[in-house]
Design a protein around this ligand. Sequence first.
Ligand code: ATP
Length: 449
Amino acid sequence: MTDSKVQDLQDMSDLVSLAKRRGFVFPSSEIYGGINACWDYGPLGIEVKRNIKERWWKSMTLRQDIEGLDAAILMHPRVWEASGHVDGFVDPLVDCKVCKGRFREDKLDETPCGKKPSKKAGEFSECQLTEPRQFNLMFKTHMGPLEDSSSVVYLRPETAQGIFVNFLNVQQSMRKKIPFGIAQIGKSFRNEITPGNFIFRTREFEQMEMQYFVKPGTDEDWFEKWKEIRLQWHLNNGIRASKLRFHEHGPNELAHYAKQAFDIEYELPFGWQELEGVHNRTDFDLGRHQEFSGKKLEYFDDQTKEHYLPYVVETAVGCDRSVLVVLADAYRNDGERIFLSLHPEIAPYKIAVFPLMKKPDLLEYSDKLVMDLEAKGYRVTSDESGSIGKRYRRQDEIGTPFGVTIDYDTLTDNTVTIRNRDTMEQERVSFEKVSSFIEEKIKAWKPVE
Ligand code: ATP
């Protein structure tokens, strides 16, 4: 559709309210007033999230050179000393003595201030910002009944370390040869100073990370390859190319472990933001774990008879951030309706079935169609209340790509009307052809620019 009236998401609050109203994402512990920046995925949100995770997992593990892993969240505390997180995983925290706000010094430009008329933190004329203090972002807890310094453990701030400490376990048990990768999806926790923007930055979030172990010297080539593969993954999710770009980290942005880093950024209503990081971590992590654990972590190449520590190219994407980007990118307002132009394979329901009236013969036919489609593996919803126009709108808002209407003609000629969410075009199709028709449309689907 090239209609210039069609508008993208302009304001995050429109997405937040749609997400709540239609069962995608709810504020956590809402009946107690909520808890800052924590969110619960509702019935439709969890479908989107699971579909995204499934697509990522398949893209990583349906190939010969990558294995999966699910490491524990709680790890030996020495892991975080070796990784550099105990000393270095800090953000500069500043307080404002006037408005009592707490801000990240490096994000003052993007952080709203409570004091009017200022829009940004520190902009208000009477603002008195303190000198920055280094604030460690790791959540601490205690293991066992004693709450002393010997029992401190951390909630992992990234999933990557579970992969590094299992490097040899995976390599040896699966008899992998370099280059190979290890993929993992799991929760991470960061005590962010300024979380916010819905599920963009939260303190508990899920990451989808893959560490690819390569021979030193081949790392730069692999880095380029993974950059392109990862950009393509987002495009395959239906994200418009015009909204994605690379951002290379300059020397001041590079993390302590990185030789080179690119972010894949997406343009949200609040600006271009990091969606995924692709990092060349060198042999930093394996080297540090080798040093701190005293265990050799070298790889032995039985052809060249060399022992070496591999370099690591990492791809790290937030699952929640992917959900946000998928929803934000799909959001359209054409003046008459709001619709989510979601990739059909990511949409919570593929098909909505509408019996035109609540009449027994139409309902019976509709039940039969729903069962038939479910047996073929489609997630289907049916809606029999309200005008057909209203029912279309409800499905548009949750991104159901196809609506199938059963009317009186259906009972005589065995045909139904299939409506396309994006184009609103309607076609008459026979009962037996419904699933193959939809399958073809799903395969041919392209995002609405
Ligand atoms: P930022 O600079 O935004 O704090 P980062 O560069 O520290 O992020 P990484 O450590 O590279 O992020 O994490 C990889 C990915 O994990 C990010 O690209 C993002 O998608 C996701 N992520 C990181 N922190 C959060 C968070 N607090 N909430 C949600 N997702 C996050």
